[in-house]
Design a protein around this ligand. Structure first.
Ligand code: MLT
Length: 340
């Protein structure tokens, strides 16, 4: 809310968390709770553009918050990483230089290793499974860990949805078809191990650099949910759409904890209520866009492959052997066997 713009510029420059903390002194009044109703605008960072399911969810939140606070609190949407890449945005909320963001969990494992859970391939069977896990005490406990460790508060488990691979080389019908393909992963070691196990030549890269890397052939392959692939026009630089459905990707809507704690109790309640209202709106938009975008991506000229997923599941077993003990075998088993 206050003294933000100087600090936000630091986050946008991509300074690491500790360097930014040292420079900002981590001070400011935003931490102490006010009894006064707040009047002002919250800045919300989005990795996707206008009309995306992130935007639809964010707007449902903003409209409801405005209604609940009689117009006192409004939300400004910053599309397409305008406030920084996803890791920078999480860092920014952590040091209270960015108010809010919707970001996928890929870069969050760097803050709280439990979040590498979501990078485990073929962990969730379908949307019902994923939503049931996130809406249970498992989602609550993961949110509490991020809050304690990184001072970032999850307001709603919004989503990116299931991710699929695209490339400019060939259709992928078996893991062997990925052999040697230059594949971009999110900034997560689990993802690098997954794509290495599948045979690709995997390299992590920050999201804002991906389009250009694919365009210039520095990378030949990437993976994202269908609405994202359409939103950022990957069909312009990728010929093959392969329904690998390897990971369910949450995209929580988050807020700087210091900022949240600074609001009056009534305003905190309004924020939580608006987030609860927005969650099903965003999830439905994500589901609708998944169906719609599959059709549209084919219309844009992408060649569609729908491989048998069993050989992919088998190929990634070593990733579980390595990472389940690190993440917590009990947590991994609980999620895999969750009844929904
Ligand atoms: C990524 O691939 O880095 C993310 O999925 C981008 C996003 O959150 O939309």
């Amino acid at each position: 809310m206050q003294n933000k713009f100087g600090k936000r510029a630091l986050a946008a420059l991509g300074l690491g968390l500790s360097a930014a903390l040292a420079l900002t002194g981590c001070g400011g009044a935003a931490g102490s709770q006010s009894n006064e109703p707040y009047t002002g605008t919250l800045d919300l960072s989005l990795a996707l553009g206008e009309g995306s399911h992130h935007h639809i969810g964010a707007e449902a939140f903003g409209d409801k918050l405005e209604e609940l606070t009689d117009g006192r609190i409004t939300v400004k949407y910053h599309y397409n990483n305008a406030l920084g890449g996803e890791r920078e945005v999480v860092e920014g909320m952590s040091i209270d230089s960015i108010d809010m963001g919707i970001a996928s969990t890929g870069p969050i494992g760097g803050f709280v290793p439990d979040y590498f859970l979501f990078d485990l391939p073929y962990l969730m069977d379908n949307h019902e499974h994923a939503h049931a896990v996130l809406d249970s005490e498992i989602g609550d406990e993961l949110a509490a860990k991020l809050e304690e460790t990184a001072n970032v508060k999850i307001l709603a488990w919004m989503e990116n949805g299931f991710r699929h691979e695209t490339n400019s080389v060939r259709p992928i019908n078996t893991p062997e078809d990925l052999k040697g393909i230059k594949h971009r992963t999110q900034e997560s070691e689990v993802q690098v191990d997954t794509w290495t196990a599948l045979g690709a030549n995997a390299t992590p890269m920050a999201w804002p650099e991906v389009y250009t890397a694919l365009q210039q052939n520095v990378m030949e392959s990437q993976e994202n949910p269908l609405p994202t692939i359409y939103d950022v026009k990957f069909y312009e630089v990728q010929d093959y759409l392969n329904m690998t459905q390897h990971v369910y990707s949450p995209a929580p809507m988050m807020m700087s904890k210091k900022l949240f704690d600074s609001f009056s109790e009534d305003d905190q309640q309004a924020i939580l209520e608006a987030a609860e209202h927005a969650l099903p709106v965003q999830r439905q938009a994500s589901l609708d866009q998944e169906t719609e975008m599959k059709k549209k991506l084919v219309e844009e000229g992408m060649e569609l492959a729908e491989p048998d997923l069993e050989p992919f599941r088998e190929a990634v077993e070593p990733v579980y052997e390595k990472w389940a003990p690190e993440i917590g075998q009990e947590l991994v088993d609980k999620v895999r066997n969750f009844e929904y």
